[in-house]
Design a protein around this ligand. Sequence first.
Ligand SMILES: [Ca+2]
Length: 273
Amino acid sequence: MKNLVLCAIIFVLAAAHVDASTETTHYMPSAECYDPYGRPQMQPIRCGEERDTDFCVQTGYSNKKSCDTCRAGDHSSRFLTDIHDPDDTTWWQSETMFEGVQYPNQVNLTLNLAKSFDITYIRIVFYSPRPESFSIFKRIVPNGPWLPYQHYSATCRDTYGLPDSVSVKKGEDESRALCMSDYSDISPLRDGTVVFASLDGRPSAINFENSIELQNWVTATDIRITLDRLNTFGDEVFGDAQVLKSYFYAIADIAVGARCKCNGHASKCVTST
Ligand SMILES: [Ca+2]
C-alpha cells in the first residue's frame, strides 16, 4: 500500500510483555488443553512461583554442584526484558527436571508486541546451557495461529522432522522455517547466545523491497519461544535428585530488533497498525 511505508527506525522491543508458561499438552486430554476462551492452558513454571524450589548449578563434568533455593520473585519473567547488564545479570529461570521440565513437556515464553512489526532479529542470551531443541514461532495477526519461524536443534530430523540447514535454495519457498543444529550444544554452560536474523539464508533478501513473500515473512504481532528439550550430560537417567535439579532453562535477556509499519512522516510507532 502506497500510504504505508516503513519507518527507518530499528529499535529494540525491550519492554514487550512476556508471559512464561509450561504446557503439558502431551499429557493432558485434548479437551483440557484450552481454557474457556480458547487459549492454551498455562501452568506456572518459573521457579519459586508455587513454592520454594531447589536448584543446582552445572559445573561441567564434576560431581560437585552448587545448590541454592529459588523463591517467589527471584527469577520472574520480567528479568527477560529488563536492562541487560553482563556485570549484574538478572534472569528468568524455569523449574527443573526434578519437577518434570523436559521433553515432551514444553516451556513457552510469549512476547506480545501489541501491533504489527517487521522483525529484523531476535537475540536470546541463555543463563543455562542452550536447549537441545527449541523453536521460535510468530503470529501475523492477533490471536491467529502460531507459525513456525525457526527451529534450533541437535536433532532436527527427529524432533522437528526437518533437515539441518542454514539457508533456503533459490527457487524454494522462502517463507518456511528452517532447523539448524548450530547453537544446540550443552557448552557453554552459561551466556550462550542465539541470534535469529529473519532474512539470513533467504535469497530474495537482497531484493527485499520487491519481495512480497519476504515482506510477509518478517511480519509479526507476537513472538513465542518454545523450549522443547534440555541439554544434559546423560546423567539424569539414574534419577538422582541433585542431578535432576541441575537441569533447567534460564534466560538472561531477550531482545527483538524490529521496525514498525507506520506513515512515512511518523517519528514513533503507535499501538494501532
Ligand atoms: Ca535480564
